[in-house]
Design a protein around this ligand. Structure first.
Ligand code: IPE
Ligand code: IPE
Ligand code: MG
Length: 232
């Protein structure tokens, strides 16, 4: 029997595919934006919870490159949530000695949102004990292609170490655990290179209902896994 409370059984980096906001709202006969609002509140609580457990990095899949083709009004609602998070809540995070990092291509986003996101990153405390990483207009394939093109432009051959440094996630250890809420069993272009050896956890719980207790269940499940990395 493995000791699931042993510190080495806690993931250093958790990736979270926050899916199911739209269906959660639909069940309540509310617009999708209502679900995204509830999802943002759930995410804020989970980040605090993850930090309190001793997790060092939490990457939240906030907007995929594919999501950019959603209706304009849904995207506007999401941008509105980024605006409010990065102008208000982020300061609370700093006070708790937590930093913010953004991964993804911000260029198609409204200028004021890009500024808030960049300020959110640069205003982060140095040497923070926890980093909340927002994947925004993020897709693994464009991330990998961007890195390849950077290497080609520099005329460099890459190895795993130098290639990792060209990814958006440079400096961040690979995720140990990827959690997906909302019932789908897929990665949807999220950290596919970095998750080569991640443990995967899928739950039907819709993201706005995914609370600290549900997070603990995922951590307990992870603690029981035998991570062999190809060894015997
Ligand atoms: C995930 O919830 C959040 C984003 C993709 C922005 P969805 O919006 O995909 O919710 P469902 O899958 O339609 O329920
Ligand atoms: C994945 O959810 C993206 C985010 C959670 C931000 P989607 O709802 O977009 O994924 P698919 O389309 O069902 O694969
Ligand atoms: Mg979805």
């Amino acid at each position: 029997m493995k000791d699931s409370s042993a510190p080495e059984k806690l993931p250093v980096h958790v990736g979270l595919i926050m899916d199911g906001n739209g269906r959660w709202a639909k069940k309540r006969r509310m617009p999708r934006s209502f679900g995204h609002n509830a999802g943002m509140n759930a995410m804020i609580k989970l980040a605090e919870h993850a930090q309190s457990l001793g997790v060092k990095y939490l990457t939240v899949y906030t907007l995929s490159t594919e999501n950019l083709s959603r209706p304009k009004e849904e995207l506007e609602a999401l941008f509105g949530l980024f605006r409010s998070y990065f102008s208000k809540n982020v300061k609370k995070l700093y006070k708790q000695n937590a930093a913010v990092k953004i991964v993804g291509d911000l260029s198609p986003l409204p200028d004021d949102v890009v500024k808030l996101l960049k300020d959110g990153e640069s205003g982060s405390p140095v040497g923070a004990e926890f980093t909340l990483i927002f994947a925004i207009n993020y897709g693994s394939r464009p991330e990998i292609l961007r890195a390849v093109n950077l290497a080609v432009e520099r005329g460099e051959k890459v190895d795993e170490k130098s290639f990792g440094a060209l990814l958006f996630t440079s400096g961040v250890p690979d995720p140990d655990l990827i959690i997906r809420t909302g019932g789908e069993i897929r990665l949807s272009n999220f950290l596919t290179y970095q998750a080569a050896y991640a443990e995967l956890y899928f739950t039907d719980v819709l993201f706005p209902d995914f609370d600290g207790k549900e997070f603990d269940k995922a951590i307990a499940d992870y603690a029981k896994r035998d991570r062999r990395f190809g060894k015997v």
